[in-house]
Design a protein. Structure first.
Length: 128
């Protein structure tokens, strides 16, 4: 059943509490289930209609790295962050935890070169 609020999300409830949730993005599918037979049945029916490759456990999706092990599921974006820093020419920048001292009053420095507004918008946009 297609989710009424998210058109790329499909939820299938079966008897016995079996559940399959599938999300589609372009030609990729990601899923979660609480019974492997539910997914195997779904996968078999999809393979009958479309060419499909099962890539196993998710490792990377839409800029998010996923690591799954016995301790849990962990997500991060270090690969995406590195890619963005490289694209913006900032791969050698210095990391700071808080770039502004709390309580510092900012004043305009008339002697500094004006910031490229387009590049600034690109940088901020990458964080959203």
């Amino acid at each position: 059943m297609k989710c009424s609020h998210e058109h790329t999300l499909f939820v299938k409830n079966e008897s016995g509490g079996k559940l399959l949730i599938v999300s589609r993005y372009m030609d990729d599918l990601i899923y979660t289930e609480n019974d492997v037979t539910v997914f195997e049945t779904f996968k078999h029916s999809i393979k009958g209609k479309f060419a499909m490759t099962d890539l196993g456990n998710m490792r990377y999706f839409l800029g998010v790295e996923v690591k799954q092990d016995d301790q849990g599921i962990f997500i991060g974006q270090s690969k995406y962050a590195t890619k963005i820093l490289t694209r913006l020419g900032m791969e050698n920048c210095n990391m700071v935890y808080s770039p502004i001292v709390i309580g510092r009053k900012l004043v305009k420095d008339e002697t500094e070169k004006a910031v490229d507004a387009i590049k600034y918008k690109q940088m901020v946009g990458c964080l959203m």
